[in-house]
Design a protein around this ligand. Structure first.
Ligand code: NDP
Ligand code: GDR
Length: 355
């Protein structure tokens, strides 16, 4: 079989790092797009990135940005990928309320730019396309569990941008016959999760508090419920979608939901810290109290203008058609993340409050 070539946008992110490892293990030649940054931003893939002077590199990085159409066209032209995985995004829901226009540009129009690159270059029959769609599309709860046929009701600029990306992917599949698929992925986490997403923020803080490097963890809505799976397993699902005869849309989820509050309790238990919830509410003026044994406090700064209260996905279609199944229970995921963060803190990294 001839060697396949994949192009991953967002290769420096959590999912990009797992997907790049998976594709390299399958013998792919992998190209990744990374953004120029004032300091190193390849920490998650340094282990798999070879010397760029290697005459036959398996992983090649290109500078680029989803807001730059000519750059994307050039990279697609140069790499002639069999598969494109569009994982790049301004992926933080709360940040999207602060940067709505940029989020729409990168997450919404960025997807269109890649699909247009495929079309402009005449690669409709060659290049398969994966779009990182999201359970945030479901937003305001209408029915649970959420599945492929559940109506969308986005509740943030991020989700609204991803709604456009979802439908433009469906449209290019129907209009131009591109093998294009949406993975509607529910939250997935890992030790590589960005530090400002709630699970990692919690596990980092639990580790730092256990090691005496942090006093209090400030959080927002503890009652939100999320369907949390392991990112490594979700990368396998992305790949499976592009191996099918036709493009289609699939939910990847565990089918179980957990409150943020419960995740905090597990993480603190795993870090060996006694947790006392009493007095953890914000006071009348919205300031946070920092008292004696208090370990977790509510900071209204982390409340969102509109919240997604409950996510619980039904992965039946992915199970039946892709043979995909999640394996790691959320309780084990929490433990794995705390252990990784404890190791980081002990090695002198990882402490500190994050947004
Ligand atoms: P991350 O935030 O960890 O990674 C996002 C990646 O996109 C990073 O590599 C980032 O680069 C890159 N990026 C951001 N903006 C741009 C831009 N304008 N141009 C080029 N690259 C850019 O996200 P995840 O890995 O967790 O998620 C991957 C994708 O899946 C995202 O699209 C996300 O919205 C979506 N998703 C994630 C879910 C999850 O639970 N993790 C669930 C459902 C969907 P840099 O490293 O420089 O910041
Ligand atoms: P989410 O993930 O918004 O679901 O988007 P996040 O971990 O940011 O929030 C999950 C829930 O926790 C509540 N929460 C807090 N969240 C953060 N970040 N920080 C806090 O201090 C805090 N306190 C409480 C939030 O209100 C929310 O209800 C993630 C991203 O990966 C998206 O890119 C992806 O599309 C979806 O998952 C599926």
């Amino acid at each position: 079989m001839t060697q396949k070539t994949a192009l991953i946008t967002g290769v420096t992110g959590q999912d990009g790092a797992y997907l790049a490892r998976l594709l390299l293990a399958k013998g792919y030649r992998v190209h990744g797009i990374k953004r120029r940054s004032s300091s190193f931003n390849t920490g998650r893939i340094d282990e798999i990135y070879q010397d760029p002077h290697d005459p036959d590199p398996k992983l090649t990085l290109h500078y680029g940005d989803l807001t730059d159409a000519t750059n994307l066209i050039r990279i697609v032209q140069e790499t002639q990928p069999d598969e494109i995985y569009n994982l790049a995004a301004q992926s933080h829901v709360q940040v999207s309320f602060e940067t709505p226009e940029y989020t729409a540009n990168a997450d919404g129009i960025g997807t269109l730019r890649l699909l247009e690159a495929i079309r402009i270059l005449g690669l409709e029959k060659k290049t398969r396309f994966y779009q990182a769609s999201t359970s945030e599309l479901y937003g305001l709860v209408q029915q649970v569990p959420q599945r492929e046929t559940t109506p969308f009701y986005p509740r943030s600029p991020y989700a609204a941008a991803k709604l456009y990306a979802y439908w433009i992917t469906v449209n290019y599949r129907e209009a131009y016959g591109i093998h294009a698929s949406n993975g509607i992925l529910f939250n997935h986490e890992s030790p590589l999760r960005g530090e400002t997403f709630v699970t990692r923020k919690i596990t980092r803080a639990a580790a730092a508090i256990a090691e005496g490097k942090q006093d209090v963890l400030y959080l927002g809505n503890l009652d939100a419920q999320r369907d949390w799976g392991h990112a490594r397993e979700y990368a396998e699902g992305m790949w499976l979608m592009l191996q099918q005869d036709e493009g289609d849309d699939y939910v990847l989820a565990t089918g179980e939901t957990t409150r943020v509050r419960q995740f905090v309790e597990w993480a603190f238990e795993d870090a060996g810290i006694a947790l006392d919830w009493r007095g953890s509410g914000a006071d009348e003026e919205g300031r946070c109290r920092k008292t004696g044994a208090l370990r977790v406090a509510i900071d209204p700064r982390y409340f969102r203008p509109t919240e997604v209260d409950l996510l619980i996905g039904d992965p039946a279609k992915a199970r039946q058609k892709l043979g995909w199944e999640h394996r790691t229970p959320v309780r084990d995921l929490a433990r794995e993340m705390v252990e990784a963060d404890l190791a980081l803190v002990r090695a002198g990294a990882g402490a500190g409050q994050s947004a």
